[in-house]
Ligand binder design. Structure first.
Ligand code: UDP
Ligand code: MG
Length: 322
Protein backbone atom coordinates (compact mmCIF):
# COMPACT_ATOMS: atom_id res chain seq x y z
CA UNK A 1 0.00 0.00 0.00
CA UNK A 2 1.23 3.50 -0.80
CA UNK A 3 2.04 6.05 1.87
CA UNK A 4 1.35 9.77 1.87
CA UNK A 5 3.25 12.01 4.30
CA UNK A 6 1.61 15.14 5.62
CA UNK A 7 4.17 17.75 6.66
CA UNK A 8 2.86 20.42 9.02
CA UNK A 9 5.13 23.28 10.07
CA UNK A 10 4.23 24.75 13.41
CA UNK A 11 5.72 27.66 15.30
CA UNK A 12 3.92 28.60 18.52
CA UNK A 13 0.71 26.86 17.51
CA UNK A 14 -0.17 25.13 20.81
CA UNK A 15 -3.81 26.12 20.52
CA UNK A 16 -4.15 24.85 16.94
CA UNK A 17 -2.47 21.47 16.65
CA UNK A 18 -5.10 19.52 18.56
CA UNK A 19 -7.93 20.87 16.42
CA UNK A 20 -5.91 20.35 13.25
CA UNK A 21 -5.21 16.74 14.15
CA UNK A 22 -8.89 16.18 14.88
CA UNK A 23 -9.98 17.60 11.50
CA UNK A 24 -7.19 15.81 9.71
CA UNK A 25 -8.08 12.42 11.22
CA UNK A 26 -11.68 12.91 10.12
CA UNK A 27 -10.62 13.58 6.52
CA UNK A 28 -8.01 10.83 6.35
CA UNK A 29 -10.61 8.24 7.26
CA UNK A 30 -12.35 9.04 3.98
CA UNK A 31 -9.28 8.01 1.96
CA UNK A 32 -9.06 4.30 1.36
CA UNK A 33 -5.99 2.21 0.43
CA UNK A 34 -3.45 4.77 1.58
CA UNK A 35 -1.24 4.82 4.66
CA UNK A 36 -0.63 8.21 6.17
CA UNK A 37 2.17 9.56 8.27
CA UNK A 38 1.60 12.91 9.95
CA UNK A 39 4.86 14.79 10.39
CA UNK A 40 4.69 17.77 12.71
CA UNK A 41 7.71 20.02 12.39
CA UNK A 42 8.07 22.02 15.57
CA UNK A 43 10.04 25.04 14.44
CA UNK A 44 11.60 25.84 17.82
CA UNK A 45 8.29 26.90 19.38
CA UNK A 46 8.50 28.74 22.69
CA UNK A 47 5.03 27.73 23.80
CA UNK A 48 3.60 24.27 24.47
CA UNK A 49 3.40 23.16 20.81
CA UNK A 50 5.91 20.33 21.30
CA UNK A 51 4.16 18.85 24.32
CA UNK A 52 0.79 19.13 22.55
CA UNK A 53 2.21 17.27 19.56
CA UNK A 54 3.76 14.62 21.83
CA UNK A 55 0.34 14.14 23.39
CA UNK A 56 -1.09 13.56 19.92
CA UNK A 57 1.68 11.08 19.20
CA UNK A 58 0.86 9.08 22.32
CA UNK A 59 -2.67 8.66 20.95
CA UNK A 60 -1.90 8.29 17.26
CA UNK A 61 1.15 6.33 16.10
CA UNK A 62 0.97 7.93 12.65
CA UNK A 63 2.24 11.15 14.23
CA UNK A 64 5.97 11.76 13.89
CA UNK A 65 7.79 14.79 15.16
CA UNK A 66 10.70 16.71 13.70
CA UNK A 67 11.84 18.92 16.52
CA UNK A 68 14.00 21.78 15.28
CA UNK A 69 16.42 22.98 17.91
CA UNK A 70 15.51 26.63 17.40
CA UNK A 71 13.35 28.70 15.13
CA UNK A 72 14.67 28.33 11.59
CA UNK A 73 11.74 29.85 9.73
CA UNK A 74 8.87 28.40 7.73
CA UNK A 75 10.84 27.50 4.59
CA UNK A 76 13.48 25.54 6.51
CA UNK A 77 10.78 23.89 8.62
CA UNK A 78 9.14 22.60 5.43
CA UNK A 79 12.53 21.44 4.17
CA UNK A 80 13.16 19.49 7.37
CA UNK A 81 9.73 17.88 7.12
CA UNK A 82 10.40 16.94 3.51
CA UNK A 83 13.76 15.38 4.43
CA UNK A 84 12.21 13.10 7.05
CA UNK A 85 9.05 12.26 5.08
CA UNK A 86 9.03 8.70 3.77
CA UNK A 87 5.82 8.81 1.73
CA UNK A 88 5.33 8.21 -1.98
CA UNK A 89 3.85 11.69 -1.99
CA UNK A 90 4.15 14.58 0.46
CA UNK A 91 1.43 17.07 1.37
CA UNK A 92 2.56 20.36 2.91
CA UNK A 93 0.27 22.42 5.09
CA UNK A 94 0.18 25.08 7.82
CA UNK A 95 -0.80 24.32 11.38
CA UNK A 96 -3.34 27.11 11.84
CA UNK A 97 -6.18 25.54 9.78
CA UNK A 98 -5.88 28.16 7.06
CA UNK A 99 -5.17 25.16 4.84
CA UNK A 100 -8.38 23.20 5.39
CA UNK A 101 -7.84 19.41 5.65
CA UNK A 102 -11.15 18.89 3.83
CA UNK A 103 -9.26 19.24 0.50
CA UNK A 104 -6.84 16.43 1.24
CA UNK A 105 -9.02 13.55 -0.07
CA UNK A 106 -9.36 15.41 -3.39
CA UNK A 107 -5.60 16.02 -3.55
CA UNK A 108 -4.87 12.36 -2.97
CA UNK A 109 -7.50 11.36 -5.53
CA UNK A 110 -5.86 13.52 -8.22
CA UNK A 111 -2.51 11.98 -7.33
CA UNK A 112 -3.91 8.45 -7.54
CA UNK A 113 -5.29 9.36 -10.96
CA UNK A 114 -1.82 10.30 -12.15
CA UNK A 115 -1.17 13.94 -11.16
CA UNK A 116 2.39 14.45 -9.94
CA UNK A 117 1.83 17.85 -8.37
CA UNK A 118 -1.46 19.06 -6.90
CA UNK A 119 -1.46 22.78 -6.14
CA UNK A 120 -4.04 24.86 -4.36
CA UNK A 121 -5.10 28.35 -5.38
CA UNK A 122 -6.52 30.79 -2.87
CA UNK A 123 -9.44 32.38 -4.68
CA UNK A 124 -10.00 34.50 -1.59
CA UNK A 125 -8.49 34.96 1.82
CA UNK A 126 -10.94 36.11 4.44
CA UNK A 127 -8.09 36.77 6.86
CA UNK A 128 -6.53 39.65 4.90
CA UNK A 129 -7.67 43.24 4.36
CA UNK A 130 -8.20 44.96 0.98
CA UNK A 131 -4.98 46.98 1.53
CA UNK A 132 -3.00 43.80 2.21
CA UNK A 133 -4.40 42.17 -0.93
CA UNK A 134 -3.48 45.27 -2.98
CA UNK A 135 0.08 45.27 -1.58
CA UNK A 136 0.41 41.53 -2.27
CA UNK A 137 -0.77 42.01 -5.87
CA UNK A 138 1.73 44.85 -6.43
CA UNK A 139 4.48 42.79 -4.86
CA UNK A 140 3.88 39.80 -7.16
CA UNK A 141 3.77 42.12 -10.15
CA UNK A 142 7.20 43.57 -9.26
CA UNK A 143 8.57 40.17 -8.31
CA UNK A 144 7.59 38.63 -11.62
CA UNK A 145 8.98 41.61 -13.53
CA UNK A 146 12.31 41.27 -11.76
CA UNK A 147 12.53 37.52 -11.51
CA UNK A 148 13.40 35.09 -14.25
CA UNK A 149 11.43 32.33 -12.48
CA UNK A 150 7.74 33.15 -12.46
CA UNK A 151 6.06 32.77 -9.11
CA UNK A 152 2.29 32.44 -9.00
CA UNK A 153 0.18 34.71 -6.86
CA UNK A 154 -2.27 33.19 -4.38
CA UNK A 155 -0.50 29.83 -4.54
CA UNK A 156 -0.04 28.93 -0.88
CA UNK A 157 2.29 26.27 0.47
CA UNK A 158 -0.66 23.86 0.68
CA UNK A 159 0.14 21.26 -1.95
CA UNK A 160 0.84 17.64 -2.76
CA UNK A 161 4.11 16.66 -4.40
CA UNK A 162 4.93 13.23 -5.78
CA UNK A 163 8.09 11.50 -4.52
CA UNK A 164 9.83 12.06 -7.85
CA UNK A 165 9.56 15.84 -7.44
CA UNK A 166 10.25 15.68 -3.71
CA UNK A 167 13.58 14.07 -4.62
CA UNK A 168 14.23 16.84 -7.17
CA UNK A 169 13.51 19.42 -4.47
CA UNK A 170 15.88 17.67 -2.08
CA UNK A 171 18.61 18.26 -4.64
CA UNK A 172 18.47 22.01 -4.00
CA UNK A 173 20.78 22.71 -1.09
CA UNK A 174 20.76 26.48 -0.95
CA UNK A 175 20.43 28.03 2.50
CA UNK A 176 18.16 30.79 1.39
CA UNK A 177 15.12 29.14 -0.11
CA UNK A 178 11.62 29.85 -1.18
CA UNK A 179 9.60 26.71 -1.85
CA UNK A 180 7.21 28.48 -4.18
CA UNK A 181 10.08 29.54 -6.39
CA UNK A 182 11.91 26.21 -6.30
CA UNK A 183 8.73 24.45 -7.23
CA UNK A 184 8.00 26.72 -10.15
CA UNK A 185 11.60 26.08 -11.28
CA UNK A 186 10.97 22.30 -11.50
CA UNK A 187 7.27 22.49 -12.43
CA UNK A 188 6.34 20.09 -15.24
CA UNK A 189 4.02 21.23 -18.01
CA UNK A 190 1.62 18.37 -17.50
CA UNK A 191 0.39 16.20 -14.65
CA UNK A 192 -0.37 19.25 -12.52
CA UNK A 193 -3.79 19.79 -10.94
CA UNK A 194 -5.04 22.86 -9.13
CA UNK A 195 -7.71 22.99 -6.44
CA UNK A 196 -9.39 26.35 -5.72
CA UNK A 197 -10.21 27.19 -2.14
CA UNK A 198 -11.12 30.08 0.13
CA UNK A 199 -8.65 30.48 2.99
CA UNK A 200 -10.44 30.90 6.30
CA UNK A 201 -9.16 32.83 9.32
CA UNK A 202 -6.61 31.24 11.58
CA UNK A 203 -8.30 28.94 14.05
CA UNK A 204 -6.47 30.80 16.83
CA UNK A 205 -3.31 32.83 17.46
CA UNK A 206 -1.78 35.48 15.23
CA UNK A 207 0.27 35.48 12.06
CA UNK A 208 4.02 35.00 12.48
CA UNK A 209 4.76 37.41 9.65
CA UNK A 210 5.04 41.03 10.77
CA UNK A 211 5.84 43.89 8.36
CA UNK A 212 9.62 43.46 8.55
CA UNK A 213 9.50 39.67 8.18
CA UNK A 214 7.24 40.08 5.14
CA UNK A 215 9.63 42.66 3.63
CA UNK A 216 12.59 40.35 4.20
CA UNK A 217 10.68 37.53 2.50
CA UNK A 218 9.89 39.86 -0.39
CA UNK A 219 13.55 40.89 -0.88
CA UNK A 220 14.72 37.29 -0.53
CA UNK A 221 12.16 36.17 -3.09
CA UNK A 222 13.62 38.57 -5.62
CA UNK A 223 17.31 37.98 -4.95
CA UNK A 224 16.98 34.20 -4.90
CA UNK A 225 15.65 33.95 -8.39
CA UNK A 226 17.09 36.88 -10.26
CA UNK A 227 20.11 39.07 -10.82
CA UNK A 228 17.97 41.61 -12.64
CA UNK A 229 18.23 44.11 -9.74
CA UNK A 230 21.99 44.21 -10.44
CA UNK A 231 21.27 45.12 -14.07
CA UNK A 232 18.79 47.67 -12.76
CA UNK A 233 21.56 49.15 -10.60
CA UNK A 234 23.71 49.55 -13.71
CA UNK A 235 20.89 51.29 -15.54
CA UNK A 236 20.28 53.58 -12.56
CA UNK A 237 23.95 54.55 -12.82
CA UNK A 238 23.56 55.22 -16.55
CA UNK A 239 20.46 57.33 -15.89
CA UNK A 240 22.29 59.33 -13.19
CA UNK A 241 25.26 59.93 -15.47
CA UNK A 242 23.01 61.02 -18.37
CA UNK A 243 21.12 63.48 -16.17
CA UNK A 244 24.38 64.95 -14.87
CA UNK A 245 25.74 65.34 -18.42
CA UNK A 246 22.56 67.03 -19.61
CA UNK A 247 22.65 69.36 -16.64
CA UNK A 248 26.32 70.20 -17.37
CA UNK A 249 25.45 70.90 -21.00
CA UNK A 250 22.57 73.16 -19.92
CA UNK A 251 24.89 75.15 -17.60
CA UNK A 252 27.39 75.70 -20.46
CA UNK A 253 24.63 76.85 -22.82
CA UNK A 254 23.27 79.17 -20.17
CA UNK A 255 26.69 80.70 -19.52
CA UNK A 256 28.12 81.05 -23.05
CA UNK A 257 25.08 81.13 -25.37
CA UNK A 258 22.30 82.72 -23.37
CA UNK A 259 24.74 84.87 -21.31
CA UNK A 260 22.39 84.48 -18.40
CA UNK A 261 24.13 82.36 -15.76
CA UNK A 262 22.01 81.62 -12.70
CA UNK A 263 23.66 80.96 -9.33
CA UNK A 264 24.34 77.26 -9.50
CA UNK A 265 24.45 76.02 -5.92
CA UNK A 266 20.87 74.69 -5.91
CA UNK A 267 21.44 72.66 -9.08
CA UNK A 268 24.75 71.41 -7.73
CA UNK A 269 23.15 70.28 -4.48
CA UNK A 270 20.34 68.57 -6.41
CA UNK A 271 22.77 66.85 -8.76
CA UNK A 272 25.09 65.70 -5.96
CA UNK A 273 22.11 64.46 -3.96
CA UNK A 274 20.76 62.56 -6.93
CA UNK A 275 24.06 60.90 -7.74
CA UNK A 276 24.60 60.09 -4.05
CA UNK A 277 21.19 58.42 -3.89
CA UNK A 278 21.85 56.38 -7.02
CA UNK A 279 25.17 55.23 -5.57
CA UNK A 280 23.60 54.24 -2.27
CA UNK A 281 20.82 52.29 -3.96
CA UNK A 282 23.37 50.55 -6.14
CA UNK A 283 25.57 49.69 -3.17
CA UNK A 284 22.53 48.41 -1.29
CA UNK A 285 21.58 46.10 -4.14
CA UNK A 286 25.14 44.80 -4.49
CA UNK A 287 25.26 44.39 -0.69
CA UNK A 288 22.15 42.20 -0.75
CA UNK A 289 23.85 39.81 -3.16
CA UNK A 290 27.20 39.83 -1.34
CA UNK A 291 25.32 39.03 1.87
CA UNK A 292 23.73 36.05 0.16
CA UNK A 293 27.09 34.82 -1.16
CA UNK A 294 28.55 35.20 2.35
CA UNK A 295 25.80 33.02 3.82
CA UNK A 296 25.93 30.40 1.07
CA UNK A 297 29.71 29.84 0.94
CA UNK A 298 29.79 28.76 4.57
CA UNK A 299 27.68 25.71 3.66
CA UNK A 300 26.33 25.34 7.18
CA UNK A 301 23.74 22.66 7.82
CA UNK A 302 20.25 23.94 7.07
CA UNK A 303 18.89 22.98 10.48
CA UNK A 304 19.47 20.93 13.61
CA UNK A 305 16.73 18.51 14.46
CA UNK A 306 15.64 15.54 16.53
CA UNK A 307 13.29 12.99 15.02
CA UNK A 308 10.76 11.53 17.42
CA UNK A 309 8.73 8.50 16.47
CA UNK A 310 5.98 6.88 18.49
CA UNK A 311 7.08 4.29 20.98
CA UNK A 312 7.46 1.02 19.02
CA UNK A 313 5.23 -1.11 21.31
CA UNK A 314 2.51 1.50 21.40
CA UNK A 315 2.85 1.95 17.70
CA UNK A 316 2.13 -1.73 17.01
CA UNK A 317 -0.81 -1.65 19.41
CA UNK A 318 -2.32 1.45 17.78
CA UNK A 319 -1.68 0.14 14.29
CA UNK A 320 -3.64 -2.98 15.15
CA UNK A 321 -6.48 -0.92 16.52
CA UNK A 322 -6.82 1.13 13.33
N1 UDP B 1 5.76 28.98 10.76
C1 UDP B 1 6.91 28.27 11.03
N2 UDP B 1 8.05 28.96 11.34
C2 UDP B 1 8.07 30.33 11.40
C3 UDP B 1 6.90 31.04 11.08
C4 UDP B 1 5.76 30.33 10.76
O1 UDP B 1 6.92 27.03 10.98
O2 UDP B 1 9.13 30.88 11.71
C5 UDP B 1 4.53 28.24 10.45
C6 UDP B 1 3.30 28.67 11.24
O3 UDP B 1 3.21 27.99 12.49
C7 UDP B 1 2.17 28.30 10.30
C8 UDP B 1 2.80 28.51 8.92
O4 UDP B 1 4.21 28.50 9.10
O5 UDP B 1 1.78 26.95 10.45
C9 UDP B 1 2.38 29.82 8.27
O6 UDP B 1 2.61 30.89 9.16
P1 UDP B 1 1.52 32.02 9.43
O7 UDP B 1 0.17 31.40 9.61
O8 UDP B 1 2.00 32.88 10.56
O9 UDP B 1 1.59 32.86 8.08
P2 UDP B 1 0.37 33.52 7.28
O10 UDP B 1 -0.64 32.42 7.07
O11 UDP B 1 -0.15 34.60 8.16
O12 UDP B 1 0.99 34.00 6.02
MG1 MG C 1 -1.58 31.31 8.53
Amino acid sequence: MKTVSIVISAYNEETNVQKLHQELSKELKVVKDINFEILFVDDGSKDGTLSEVKKLQSEDARVKIVQLKRNFGHEIAMTAGMDYAKGDAVIFMDADLQHPPVYIPQMVKYWQEGAEIVLTKRVDNVATSKLYKFCAKTFYLILNLLSETKIGESMPDFRLIDRKYVDFLKGFNEQDRLFRGLLSWIMPNDKVKVIDFVAPNRFSGTTKYNFFKSMRLAINSITQFSVRPLHLATWLGVLGATCSLLLGFYVIVERFVLHNPTPGYATIVAAVGFIGAVQLITLGIIGEYIGKIHMEVKKRPLYLADFIEADKNKKDKKANEQ
